[in-house]
Design a protein around this ligand. Sequence first.
Ligand code: HEM
Ligand SMILES: CC(C)=CCC/C(C)=C/CC/C(C)=C/COP(=O)(O)OP(=O)(O)O
Length: 315
Amino acid sequence: MSVGEVGTADGTAMAPHVFPREDAAPGLLVRLADYRELAKPRIALMALITVAVGYFVAGGAAEPWRLLATFAGIGLIAAASGALNQWLESDTDALMLRTADRPLPAGRLSSNSALLFGVFCAVGGTVWLLAGVNLLTAALAVATLLLYVFVYTPLKRVSSASTAIGAIPGALPPVLGWTAATGELSSGALVLFGILFLWQFPHFLAIAWLYRRQYESAGLKLLPGGGIIDGMTGWIAVVYAVLLIPTSLLAISLGLGGVGYAIVAGVLGAGYAVCSVAFALSESTKTARRLLWASLVYLPTVLIALTIDAFGVYG
Ligand code: HEM
Ligand SMILES: CC(C)=CCC/C(C)=C/CC/C(C)=C/COP(=O)(O)OP(=O)(O)O
C-alpha cells in the first residue's frame, strides 16, 4: 500500500500507523533501507558537503585518517540527529502525507530500535571525534545534535520561532569542518555559519508554505505568524536572501574566496533573491517549488566555488 493511495485531498494522512508493509517479516535489505531513511541521508549528505567546505577552506590537510575521522564522526552524529528527531516525532510524522511512510509511523521499525540506533550513532560519532579529531569539534557536534533534537524538534509544536532555533544547528556543520581542520574558531568559521544560517530561511519558508496544511493538521508551527498573515512568508524570505549576498561576499574580504567565487556567489545570490521576490509577489506552489529548487542549487554550487578558490589561496 502506498501513502498516496490513502492520503486525503488536502495532503494529510488519514490516520496514524495505517501503512503496514505487505512483507510482515522484512528482509535484511528492507531493514537496512529503513535504517538509512531514519538517518535522513539527503540532509546528512548536504551537511557533510558543508563540513568538507569548512575543512578545506580552513586549510585542512588532505590526510586520509584525519578526513575519515572527521567525516565518519560527524556523519554518525548527523545520522543520530535524524533518527532521534524521528523517534521524537513519530506521532506528528504519522499525520502528514510527506512523512507518514517513514519507518516509525509506518510501523516498519519500533520506537526502541530508532532510539537504540540514534544513541549508538551519537556515542560512536562522539568517541570517534574525540579519538581522531579534537575536543572542540566533538563538543560542537554534540551541541548541534542536542539543539536540533531536544530544542528545535519539541519547539516545532509550540512556535514558529522554532525555525530560527533550528537554523543554528543547521548552520553549524561547516563550523565543525573548520574546527576539525584548525582546532579553533575564527572569523572564517563565522562567515560560513552566517551563509548557512541565512540560506536556510528561504529554503524552509518555501517548504513550510508548500506543506502548510500538513503542518497545520499535525499541530506543527513553522509558518511565521502561524500562517495567519497572508503574503508575509515570501517577504521574510526576501529579507534573508538579500542579506545572504553581502554575507557571502564577506568571505572575499577574509581572503578565502577570489574572483571566481565572487561571480558565482553574486550571480546565484541574485538568482536566489529573485526567486524569493517572485514567491513574495505571488505565493503559489509554482513559485515556492522554484524557490526550494533554487535553494538546493545555490548551496552546493556556491560552497564548491568557495572551496575551489580556497585551494588556490592555500596553494
Ligand atoms: C530550520 C532549517 C531547516 C528546515 C526546517 C528544513 C526542512 C526541510 C524539509 C521539510 C525538507 C523536505 C522537503 C520535501 O519533502 O519536499 C527539506 C529538504 C532538504 N533539505 Fe532542509 N531544512 C532545513 C535546513 C537544512 C539544512 C541545514 C540542510 C543541509 C545543509 C538542508 C538540506 C536539505 C536537502 C538536501 C533537502 C532535499 C532532500 C530531501 O528532501 O530530503 N536543509 N528540508
Ligand atoms: C552534525 C549534525 C548534527 C548535522 C545535522 C545538521 C542538521 C541538524 C540539519 C537539519 C536542519 C533542520 C532544522 C532540518 C529540518 O528538520 P525537520 O525535523 O523539521 O524535518 P522533517 O519535517 O522532514 O522531519
